[in-house]
Design a protein around this ligand. Structure first.
Ligand code: B12
Length: 211
């Protein structure tokens, strides 16, 4: 089977929330030595984009979005062993989470996966993480970077709160943000240290900050 066909199957599996197809296609992609970045960014992620667009147009509803999310998560689980860098080779530590009040996790999970693949220790706080959760985890793990995801306009404000909480205690942590309603302009406004639109770009961003 060609790599193009495998990528098309990965996209289709998420779009049609087909758990069997996602298992087979992910394994085929691994066997074909397609990079984890391409499997996620060019395959599974493209399927999730279609789901997002259909949901926005009310062509599908929450249960279908949840089913597509579960399909994507199954693929990320299968990819996990490939994304854990060996001990001793870690480039630094990043605390990732979805900010307080927000339960969207897929984009954040993709970022975690990409960072692990690039050799970072990643502590994933999951969804609905408070500023204090980020700071506690960073203190405990001597992290350099805090990455907060927000998918709703209403939860963007929690990104600002994280920046302010870090400034208040004069901690050296760099704050970076992302998520669909987030932007470079927003990050400049709240005094964040970085923004990236995609999970592919997050690696370069973190590399620069931990240098
Ligand atoms: C999937 C989804 C869900 C799933 C989430 C499942 C899960 N486990 O995560 C479920 C069904 C649970 C859900 C629930 C809700 N959702 Co919803 N959901 C979506 C949907 C369709 C796709 C989001 C997604 O996963 N995209 C795919 C990922 C890969 O992309 P991404 O998240 O943008 O991440 C990429 C980048 O942004 C970046 N990135 C992400 N995080 C970070 C972090 C850092 C640090 C960096 C650097 C980069 C970065 O890298 C990622 C990979 O490239 C969007 C629609 C859309 N078009 O976005 C709505 C959407 C986000 N949801 C929305 C809403 C309103 C809700 C609900 C309130 C319910 C409802 N009434 O619809 C609840 C939320 C309750 C809560 N308190 O949080 C709205 C938000 C509106 C707004 N602007 O405020 C949207 C935009 C839909 C809409 N048009 O109405 N949702």
């Amino acid at each position: 089977m060609s790599n193009e066909q495998i990528m098309a199957d990965l996209k289709k599996a998420v779009e049609t929330w087909d758990l069997n197809l996602v298992k087979t296609a992910t394994q085929q992609a691994i066997d074909a030595k397609i990079s984890v970045g391409d499997i996620i960014g060019e395959g599974l992620g493209k399927g999730m984009e279609v789901i997002g667009e259909k949901f926005d147009k009310a062509e599908i509803f929450l249960p279908q979005v949840v089913a597509a999310s579960k399909t994507m998560e199954l693929a990320l689980k299968i990819l996990e062993p490939l994304m854990t860098a060996g001990a001793g080779s870690l480039k630094g530590c990043v605390i990732m989470g979805t900010v307080e009040g927000d339960i969207h996790e897929i984009g954040k999970n993709v970022c975690c996966a990409m960072l692990r693949g690039a050799g970072y220790k990643v502590i994933d706080l999951g969804p609905d993480a408070t500023a204090q959760d980020f700071i506690d985890a960073a203190d405990e793990n001597e992290a350099q970077v805090l990455g907060g995801s927000a998918l709703m306009t209403t939860t963007l404000e929690a990104q600002r709160e994280l920046v302010e909480a870090v400034k208040e205690i004069e901690a050296p942590y760099k704050c970076i943000f992302g998520g669909a309603p987030c932007s470079q302009e927003w990050c400049d406004e709240i005094g964040a240290d970085g923004y990236s639109e995609t999970a592919n770009e997050i690696i370069g961003l973190v590399d620069k900050l931990v240098q």
